[in-house]
Design a protein around this ligand. Sequence first.
Ligand SMILES: Nc1nc2c(ncn2[C@@H]2O[C@H](COP(=O)(O)OP(=O)(O)OP(=O)(O)O)[C@@H](O)[C@H]2O)c(=O)[nH]1
Ligand SMILES: [Mg+2]
Length: 173
Amino acid sequence: MVGRSNVGKSSLINALVRARVARASAAPGKTRLANVYRVTRGGSDAMYLVDLPGYGFAKGERRELDEVTREYFVRVGQVRQVGHPPALAALLIIDARHPGLENDLEAWRWLRSTVERFGIVATKIDKLARGERIRAMRELESVFEDAVLPVSAETGEGLDELWKLIERLTKSG
Ligand SMILES: Nc1nc2c(ncn2[C@@H]2O[C@H](COP(=O)(O)OP(=O)(O)OP(=O)(O)O)[C@@H](O)[C@H]2O)c(=O)[nH]1
Ligand SMILES: [Mg+2]
């Protein structure tokens, strides 16, 4: 899970596993390290959901992704080249209310050039009224040139689809 500070990455992990495992907070900059959660669902193989620190919070911060996040994808990518690696995928989490922010676009460019598999998720969709929502989704899909999945950690909307997306992204082969 990659995204701006306070976008709702930790909340989304909690909503996905239906438990309060990841610490969420109204104050941005809560998650400072990579927190790894091992998840098993039904008969499928175990997977790891990784909650990464957000970007765009520290004042004067220039880089779109913090060092922990960059190192995570670069190093895990290197380790994966040895042996029989599980799939590595990134989910870029965007605030549905703010399509096309420059730091999100930079994060997207970096991920696209670094991680083989990634998906884009628009969260806090519950905060948008119908008309705003249609407009925001249209704008997001045009900015990111890809399908964007609307979800809410608050109402649970889109979580089944998000699990399907995660399963698709992490399928071996
Ligand atoms: N309405 C609504 N609020 C949400 C949703 N997801 C998260 N929030 C709220 O947004 C705030 C930030 O959530 P976090 O999950 O801590 O955000 P984060 O991306 O992990 O933040 P950092 O760890 O600082 O990078 C909290 O107050 C959450 O309750 C959502 O889908 N809908
Ligand atoms: Mg967090």
